[in-house]
Design a protein around this ligand. Structure first.
Ligand SMILES: NC(=O)c1ccc[n+]([C@@H]2O[C@H](COP(=O)([O-])OP(=O)(O)OC[C@H]3O[C@@H](n4cnc5c(N)ncnc54)[C@H](O)[C@@H]3O)[C@@H](O)[C@H]2O)c1
Length: 475
């Protein structure tokens, strides 16, 4: 008789956007796979909401990771979703106690701590899985299998672009959590360790040389429009012409409506079109048709990040008081807004990577050229698409697109939940599963990020061999 797989038990450390809205949501949808039995979260509103969503016992609700991990081990896994600078200590301690750990990327804000984490995983035998969710998406899995199955012959070169939409960049990297080195980590690590990880995985061997350029070119006071004030609501004269005007993004959610007009739901399309193009009619109908209030009641990302009070007055208050209401030209940001990276791998394959915060649409684009074929991929808000070109046949085959049916049930093109499924299955089967994102593999991408940063700052080509030698002798 087949044994019923056990339900994995978990503690969540950090019930913010990722902890509550991604991994917590997964547990609510799949209660037979994972049960969250405890939370550590200092923010009272989030802590209470999370505890009620998961029916936690009163003695399993903690205000910080320190108090939770001061108790003897109480679950199979620890899911660590605190901010970038608060990953290392809870992860080290959780592994020491025998927890299997799912840790958000980036592993840690500096190489020393990344190495410490990998060493601890080796020492304790704990699974330390890093949330490089993109490897798990159908899009990148298909791309990888086209390459490994020889569909383009020998891989020669890759161009990858991370096109961050203008409002996402402003939200996270000018006004938000990752806008400043002291708070988080270099942009190439915080945002693009995913991409460096993908390049390493697709090529299949470590990099040999890396160079990088980039700067903070746009978001500084010199580019503020005439009449701009330090906060959008303080009498700014550019409210009707500035695409970054905070109420436009967080109250009227214009960028999200522009995505919604391409929705597969007719109702959503109509609503978004009316709100965007016939605002007077929309505002009139809103008084009588409750579903029209969906826009002002919107509580998803990025609005969910600006406040825990998602009432209309709560949102306005957040714009009056938090960094999300600051002018993007007068914020405390210091991370780059565009950066390029060039890589030569050990097998002489080359790759370029561009990251920037000025895209009309969110998403990655990629081109892989091999000796017998070319793959062009779009991994965008509007849906993923992969096309394979065979040089000899002259054929063009759409290998994957939204209409073929792609698993985008969760964020990051379905990668968030697919990562969770893989992690949990590996615990249930007591194996390391398909361990696509072991800490050791993830370390390679983090090294690439730190080496890129060294190249960018020192304006030099970095040899990875030397970089690793120096890094490991120091650590
Ligand atoms: N895998 C991905 O693609 C992806 C996407 C977005 C964010 N991230 C990463 O996920 C992590 C979390 O991001 P987020 O957007 O959820 O951040 P968040 O700020 O929404 O959540 C972090 C939570 O940790 C809590 N916290 C602070 N101190 C704590 C303590 N001592 N003990 C327990 N909890 C504590 C905070 O109160 C907050 O609720 C970051 O490292 C981020 O870079 C990864």
């Amino acid at each position: 008789m087949m044994k019923t797989p056990k339900t994995v038990t978990a503690v969540i450390i950090g019930a913010g956007n990722r902890g509550k809205d991604v991994y917590g949501q997964y547990a609510q949808i799949y209660p037979d796979k994972i049960k969250i039995i405890a939370v550590a979260e200092p923010n009272e509103i989030r802590r209470r909401e999370f505890a009620s969503q998961h029916n936690l016992q009163a003695d399993r609700i903690y205000e910080s990771w320190e108090t939770l991990l001061a108790e003897p081990k109480i679950a199979d896994v620890a899911i660590i979703t605190t901010q970038d600078r608060l990953h290392t200590q809870p992860s080290l301690q959780a592994m020491e106690m025998g927890y299997q750990v799912l840790l958000e990327k980036p592993m840690a804000p500096n190489l020393k701590e990344c190495v410490q984490l990998v060493k601890k995983a080796n020492e304790t035998g704990s699974q330390l899985r890093i949330a490089h969710v993109l490897r798990y998406t159908e899009f990148f899995q298909t791309l990888k299998s086209l390459i490994t199955n020889g569909r383009i012959g020998e891989i020669m070169t890759i161009d990858l672009r991370e096109n961050i939409s203008y409002y996402h960049y402003a939200h996270s990297f000018v006004r938000g959590n990752w806008n400043n080195l002291k708070k988080s980590s270099p942009m190439i690590l915080a945002k693009s360790c995913h991409d460096l990880d993908l390049l390493y995985w697709l090529v299949g061997v470590p990099a040999k040389f890396i160079s990088s350029f980039g700067s903070l070119l746009h978001f500084h006071p010199g580019n503020a429009p005439v009449g701009a004030t330090t906060r959008c609501l303080d009498g700014c004269l550019a409210t009707t012409s500035c695409k970054y005007y905070a109420p436009r993004i967080y109250i009227d959610i214009i960028p999200l409506l522009r995505i919604a007009i391409k929705s597969t739901s007719r109702e959503v399309r109509i609503l978004a079109n009316l709100a965007l193009h016939r605002p007077r009619i929309f505002n009139f109908l809103k008084r009588y048709i409750p579903s029209f209030r969906r826009i002002e009641n919107y509580d998803g990302w990025p609005v969910s990040v600006i406040t825990d009070d998602l009432s209309i007055s709560g949102k306005w208050k957040a714009l009056e008081t938090t960094d999300y209401g600051k002018c993007v030209y007068f914020s405390e940001n210091d991370v780059v807004d565009h950066q390029v990276v060039n890589i030569e791998f050990e097998n002489k394959v080359t790759a370029t990577f561009t990251m920037h915060g000025f895209s009309y649409e969110e998403g990655r684009t990629i081109r892989v050229d091999g000796t017998t074929g070319t793959i062009i991929g779009e991994f965008l808000d509007s849906g993923p698409k992969l096309t394979l070109y065979d040089h000899f046949e002259g054929s063009e085959t759409i290998v994957l697109d939204q209409s073929i049916g792609v698993d985008t049930q969760s964020g990051h093109g379905g990668g968030d939940f697919r990562l969770m499924r893989s992690f949990i299955d590996s615990i249930r089967d007591n194996t390391n599963g398909d361990l696509l994102t072991s800490a050791k593999a993830s370390l390679e991408s983090h090294i690439l990020a730190f080496a890129s940063e060294e190249s960018r700052l020192k304006k030099k080509v970095v040899s990875l061999e030397e970089f690793k030698k120096n890094a490991f002798s120091e650590n």
